[in-house]
Design a protein around this ligand. Structure first.
Ligand code: ATP
Ligand code: MG
Length: 300
């Protein structure tokens, strides 16, 4: 089985969100790959992981571009395991993962982009945000009381606040793009039924017990609020330079394939190459080689 990457990811990429509807992308979709071909899809993922590792080496050596991968999802959609699998072949020195949990007091003492903007990857690196500034238009929107805890002056909290945040996020991402930071955003789209199945298996299987959280299960009652917030977010913050990928997440093998293909696509669009060696540098290298071999002879 071979896939044409650009075609494969196209149905899930949103660059113009205006008319986007969440219901058009089904969490159980497997892009026409039958479940009998699951093994081949897994082999394909292995190839993709290898390809990613080669591209990342060039990204690092060239040291011009940076890549920021943002992951958002409901609990148990598979953010952690997708990150683990897709980036398993990448040199850990060229890659940084940040998980953004509930904000600390220090975080709340700053503007809403503060804690994440400090973690934007440096040139040559891949940065991964496991949750991100998008929580500010998701969990905070589903629970507006969180806004009040942010200590924003009251007169600045108006009905326009979500619209303003979208605008700020779009400006921030445009700014990053203009500075050579390539942004790709992934919403792992799991169904409510599949989330229930995964929660139940966290309860039933002792080695998964530690993953179960009562708070996560309670959050299910806000499911529709979250879906509305996700849909609006995708509509308002999709752009050519920072597209959203709405990735079906009921089948983990498929999620991983789409995410890895989207990252490869992003890297292939860059003019990645190992730095060229000029004549002067070549002479330096030749001299270093002569010195090293001479050293060997002297020792003998
Ligand atoms: P895991 O459960 O796999 O460890 P997680 O990302 O779910 O990973 P948790 O500590 O369970 O980590 O949850 C983090 C919580 O922090 C989430 O409920 C998330 O909505 C919340 N959170 C993240 N960013 C913000 C924010 N800016 N404001 C309020 N809550 C936030
Ligand atoms: Mg959690």
């Amino acid at each position: 089985m071979a896939i044409e990457i650009a075609e494969f990811i196209k149905p899930y990429r949103v660059t113009k969100g205006g008319k986007f509807r969440l219901k058009d992308i089904h969490p159980h979709d497997t892009g026409g790959i039958e479940s009998e071909l699951k093994q081949e899809a897994k082999d394909l993922l292995q190839q993709a992981i290898g390809q990613l590792s080669e591209l990342q080496e060039k990204l690092y050596a060239q040291d011009h571009w940076a890549v920021l991968l943002v992951f958002q999802a409901m609990d148990a959609a598979g953010k952690d395991s997708t990150i683990k699998h897709v980036l398993s072949g990448v040199n850990p020195q060229g890659c940084e993962v940040y998980s953004f949990k509930s904000p600390s007091d220090e975080d709340l003492d700053h503007d809403f982009l503060w804690r994440t903007s400090r973690r934007v990857p440096e040139r040559g690196r891949i940065g991964i945000f496991n949750r991100s500034y998008y929580e500010e238009v998701l969990v905070v929107r589903a629970h507006p009381d969180l806004l009040l805890r942010q200590r924003i002056p009251r007169r600045l909290i108006t009905k326009d606040i979500w619209h303003e945040r979208f605008e700020d996020i779009n400006n921030f991402e445009r700014y990053l793009a203009r500075n050579g930071v390539v942004v790709r955003k992934f919403f792992l789209h799991v169904s409510k039924e599949e989330q229930k199945r995964r929660f139940l298996s966290r309860l039933d299987e002792p080695e998964k017990n530690w993953k179960f959280s009562l708070a996560d299960a309670r959050e299910r009652q806000y499911w529709n609020d979250y879906m509305e917030a996700y849909e609006d977010m995708i509509r308002r913050t999709s752009s050519r330079q920072a597209p959203w990928f709405v990735v079906p997440a009921d089948n983990k093998w498929f999620t991983r394939l789409v995410v890895s293909a989207a990252i490869i696509d992003a890297l292939q669009r860059l003019d990645l190459a190992f730095p060229k060696i000029d004549a002067r540098r070549r002479e330096e290298l030749a001299a270093a080689r002569a010195a090293l071999t001479g050293e060997k002879r002297r020792k003998r």
